[in-house]
Ligand binder design. Structure first.
Ligand code: NAD
Length: 334
C-alpha cells in the first residue's frame, strides 16, 4: 500500500507534443493538483522537477520542432520516450498524446514502460478497436509491472463512451449506441496524426496507407473534399469498451463523424444516443450532446487528466492492470 498523502500534487508527463500534447500542457497550466514535469516529442524531451514552463515548451516546439531544444532542461534524442524513462526522474503518470501509427505503436510504448520497471499511471486517447484489444491483452503484464493503464480516455473513445455507460443505467437492455462527432479545426497541420488516422478510416484507405501519405498527398486529398472528411461506421474502440464493460454487444455500437480541417466551427454537434428498453418495456433514447463551443482538445485533454487522477487513486490502492473509460468514473482535476 502506498503511504503517500493523496493530496500530493500529481507529477505528469506528456508524450507527444503536437496538437493534443500542447493543448494538454495548456490544460495543466491551469491546474493546482497536477504539474507538467516532462514532455517528449519525436526528436527530444524535457524534464523539470519544479514543472516545465508551458509557454516556453510550446514556443520552442513551434520554432525548433522539438522540446529537446529547451534550455537548460531539454535533451535531443531519437529515442526520446525510452531515454526519458531511463532518466528515472519521478513522474506519477503519463498522458500518451502520441500518434498510433502504425496501429501497434502505443501498445509498443506500453511495452517499453513495462520493461523499464517504472510504476505509475498511463493514459491514452487511442481510437481503434484493434489497438485497444492489443492493450487489453497486456492486462497481466501491466498488473505484474505495477502499472495502472487507463485506455480510450479522450472524447471518443472517452467522454462519450463514459456518457453511454452512464445512460445505459436507465435500461434493462441496450439496443443501440450511436456516436456522431463533429470536429472543426482551423488547419490540419495542427493535428496531423488525428487527420491521418481519420483518413485511415475512409473507404480505400488503411492505417498503413494513411501513415505513408506525404503532407502534400494529405493536402491534395483535402483539396478534393474542400477540407471536409466524412466518416461512417468507423473501427472505433467505443464498441469493445462497452462490450468489455458488459453494457452491450459491440455490433450495437456505431461511430461516425464529420471533420472540417479548414474551419474551427464544428460542422455538427457531437453527440451520443443510447437507445434501450426499460424494465417496464418502454423503448427510449437518451441523448448527450457536447456544447458546440467546446473544442476537440478540450473534450480530449479534460477527460484524459480526469482519468489520470482516477487511475492515480487506483494505483495508490495497489490496483494495477488496464481499465477503460467505460468502467471507471473520471475524477475532476482542480
Ligand atoms: P500530432 O501529429 O499533432 O502530434 C504528434 C506528436 O507525437 C508530435 O509532437 C510528434 O513529434 C510526437 N511523436 C511522434 N512519434 C514519436 C515518437 N516515436 N516518440 C515521441 N514522440 C513522437 O498528433 P495529434 O493530432 O495531437 O494526435 C495525437 C493522438 O491523439 C492521435 O493518436 C489521435 O488519434 C489521438 N486523438 C484521440 C481523440 C479521442 O477522442 N480519443 C481525439 C483526437 C485525437
Amino acid at each position: 500500500m502506498n503511504t503517500q498523502p493523496s493530496n500530493k500534487i500529481i507529477r505528469v508527463g506528456v508524450l507527444g507534443f503536437g496538437g493534443l500534447g500542447q493543448a494538454a500542457a495548456k490544460v495543466l497550466a491551469g491546474k493546482r493538483e497536477m504539474i507538467l514535469v516532462a514532455a517528449a516529442d519525436q526528436k527530444g524531451y524535457a524534464y523539470s522537477t519544479e514543472g516545465l514552463n508551458t509557454e516556453q515548451c510550446i514556443k520552442t516546439y513551434q520554432s525548433q520542432s522539438s522540446v529537446g531544444y529547451l534550455e537548460p532542461v531539454g535533451t535531443l534524442s531519437n529515442n526520446s520516450i525510452q531515454d526519458l524513462i531511463a532518466t528515472s526522474q519521478p513522474v506519477d503518470g503519463y498522458f500518451l498524446a502520441l500518434p498510433n501509427l502504425p496501429n501497434d505503436f502505443i501498445p509498443s510504448v506500453a511495452q517499453e514502460f513495462i520493461k523499464s520497471g517504472w510504476q505509475g499511471v498511463l493514459v491514452d486517447a487511442i481510437k481503434r478497436t484493434s489497438a485497444v484489444e492489443q492493450l487489453l491483452a497486456m492486462k497481466e503484464e501491466l498488473q505484474a509491472a505495477g502499472i495502472t493503464y487507463m485506455s480510450g480516455c479522450g472524447a471518443t473513445p472517452g467522454l462519450l463512451t463514459a456518457a453511454a455507460a452512464l445512460a445505459a443505467q436507465s435500461y434493462a437492455e441496450i439496443h443501440k449506441v450511436e456516436i456522431t462527432f463533429g470536429v472543426g479545426i482551423a488547419n490540419w497541420e495542427a493535428y496531423r496524426a488525428t487527420v491521418r488516422e481519420d483518413i485511415g478510416h475512409m473507404p480505400g484507405y488503411t492505417v498503413e496507407t494513411a501513415k505513408a501519405m506525404t503532407d502534400a498527398e494529405v493536402e491534395a486529398l483535402l483539396d478534393k473534399t474542400n477540407g471536409v472528411l466524412t466518416l461512417e461506421n468507423m473501427e472505433h474502440a467505443d464498441d469493445v469498451m462497452l462490450e468489455f464493460a458488459g453494457i452491450c454487444a459491440r455490433d450495437r455500437v456505431t461511430v461516425g463523424g464529420v471533420v472540417d480541417t479548414r474551419n474551427p466551427k464544428k460542422p455538427l454537434s457531437t453527440n451520443v444516443k443510447v437507445t434501450g428498453r426499460t424494465f417496464e418495456g418502454k423503448i427510449s433514447t437518451h441523448t448527450f450532446t457536447l456544447g458546440d463551443e467546446t473544442s476537440m482538445a478540450a473534450n480530449v485533454c479534460g477527460p484524459a487528466f480526469g482519468y489520470l487522477k482516477a487511475g492515480r487513486q487506483l494505483h495508490q490502492r495497489g490496483i494495477y492492470g488496464i481499465f477503460t473509460a467505460a468502467e471507471i468514473m473520471p475524477q475532476f482535476v482542480n
